[in-house]
Design a protein around this ligand. Structure first.
Ligand SMILES: Cc1cc2nc3c(=O)[nH]c(=O)nc-3n(C[C@H](O)[C@H](O)[C@H](O)COP(=O)(O)O)c2cc1C
Length: 179
């Protein structure tokens, strides 16, 4: 039986990593009424569609949410928002915490934050090559070890990354829904 919960899943993705994560969530959420919409379509609408929970699937830009997801978030007031994101850097440690902190601050400005789940996503190989070839004094230069790690991340988020993200999100959202 379908749960009486309406979920709007907004998706922003340039190279497909976040789209894959959002597709995974969409499949798992089918016991609810869930609508998945590209953020560019959402931004064209005069009115934000009503939902009980808004899931924003974003890609990380400048250690925060991409600009279009942010523009959509700015249209939400007093809603319950869960964010799922992909990023090129590792999701654990200082940098991952910084991204989570930045995204949480954006959400809680006008809405309730149900949680934030991050997955590592592949960087484009040409971008990785480009950064490797920058002069070492350039802040975007990457050394050989980072180069190899980034190349090894092709194909992410992987099944295991998405399963883990879903397990954490599921616990968080369902607890709240059953309050
Ligand atoms: C212009 C640009 C800026 C980015 N900035 C960051 C960043 O600040 N931190 C990070 O970890 N990844 C950054 N990335 C990497 C993307 O967040 C990552 O590859 C993401 O998975 C892309 O998602 P998509 O395939 O759905 O577009 C950046 C990528 C681009 C193209």
């Amino acid at each position: 039986m379908k749960r009486e919960v309406k979920i709007l899943l907004s998706v922003s993705s340039v190279t497909g990593n976040t789209r894959r994560l959002a597709d995974y969530f969409y499949e798992k959420l089918k016991e609810c009424t869930v609508e998945m919409i590209d953020v560019r379509e959402l931004l064209k609408k005069d009115k934000v569609p009503e939902a009980d929970i808004y899931i924003i699937a974003f890609w990380c830009r400048k250690a925060s949410m991409d600009f279009q997801s942010r523009a959509f978030l700015e249209r939400l007031q007093g809603k319950r928002v869960f964010a799922i994101g992909t990023m090129g850097a590792e999701t654990v440690g200082h940098y991952g915490n910084r991204v989570r902190g930045n995204v949480e601050a954006l959400i809680t400005a006008n809405n309730a934050c149900l949680g934030i789940q991050l997955c590592q996503g592949a960087n484009r190989p040409e971008r990785i090559e480009f950064r490797r070839n920058l002069p070492p004094e350039d802040p975007h230069h990457i050394d050989e070890e980072t180069y190899r790690k980034k190349m090894d991340n092709q194909g992410r988020p992987r099944e295991a990354d998405m399963r883990n993200a879903w397990a954490c999100a599921h616990d968080r959202m369902w607890d709240l829904l059953e309050e």
